[in-house]
Write a protein that binds this ligand. Structure first.
Ligand code: CU
Length: 265
């Protein structure tokens, strides 16, 4: 895509460099020639193979469309690349950070709970590009487990390892910016939790996927938050339907993952 633009508009670039016509129309086009890499310029090649024991080795090669590897990545949220793994039925979730091997290649092993289809989602930012997401469905060898239905939660209160989390939203409408508010209390004492530790440079991390696993939402932690009991995140649902939300936060060096299923009108 960008190469085509480059070829088409190179004459314009030369023209303007030579002090030629300088209409705004041309300037806009020339701006697209800029060297910053966008998601359209990048592809990811995924490979999964058996490693030691029950582990599978995941390899992810980040390339430009012309096949040249992207070599340099920015650290975002403390890591070069974030990998989310979700099973087809959204029952299994993992968030891990592959090791960078150079030459655009990231690698990590993962212990999948069963064979079958999984969605792999990589978030990263080439040093001369935009932050971007590349996703793929992959097949993992092995016997499959029965699929667990995605059921909308009756109430948005979940307890995980002694942490009780309440999710409230200012609205649940599609195509509207909204805030997800998580309030965390101690399940035993009912006291507010105020010892959240920064996790990946924020108060927490939230992943949202549509019921079919096709839509992955960008969610931003509201900046400058303390250490609980509230954790606020901003997002926008692109379409009505059922979504699964995973909140991750850290206390005492341990990361907790709390899932919710909501219906968006
Ligand atoms: Cu991450």
């Amino acid at each position: 895509m960008s190469r085509i633009i480059l070829v088409l508009f190179l004459p314009l670039l030369l023209l303007s460099a030579c002090g030629g016509s300088n209409e705004s129309w041309e300037n806009e086009k020339v701006a697209e020639v800029g060297t910053r890499i966008t998601a359209d310029d990048v592809k990811a090649n995924w490979k999964i193979e058996s490693a030691l024991g029950d582990e599978q080795r995941i390899q992810l090669k980040i390339l430009k469309n012309d096949g040249k590897p992207i070599n340099d990545f920015e650290i975002t949220h403390e890591k070069l690349l974030h990998l989310i793994i979700v099973s087809k039925d959204l029952a299994y979730f993992n968030h891990i950070h592959p090791e960078y091997k150079g030459n655009g290649l990231f690698e990590i092993t993962n212990n999948f709970p069963a064979g079958g289809k999984y969605k792999l989602i990589a978030d990263f930012e080439p040093s001369d590009g935009d932050s971007m997401t590349k996703m793929a469905w992959v097949d993992v060898e092995g016997s499959e487990k029965a699929s667990v239905p995605v059921v909308v939660d009756d109430d948005l209160v979940k307890s995980v390892d002694g942490n009780r989390v309440v999710l409230t939203m200012d609205s649940a409408e599609a195509n509207k910016e909204l805030t997800l508010k998580f309030t965390i209390t101690d399940e035993k004492t009912n006291q507010p939790i105020t010892d959240l530790e920064p996790y990946l440079g924020a108060i927490g991390h939230v992943v949202v996927l549509s019921e079919d696993g096709e839509r992955y939402l960008h969610v931003h932690a509201v900046e400058g938050q303390g250490s609980g009991p509230e954790a606020l995140f901003e997002t926008e649902f692109p379409k009505s339907g059922v979504y699964k939300i995973w909140l991750q936060f850290q206390r005492d060096n341990q990361v907790f993952t709390v899932p919710f299923v909501i219906k968006v009108d």
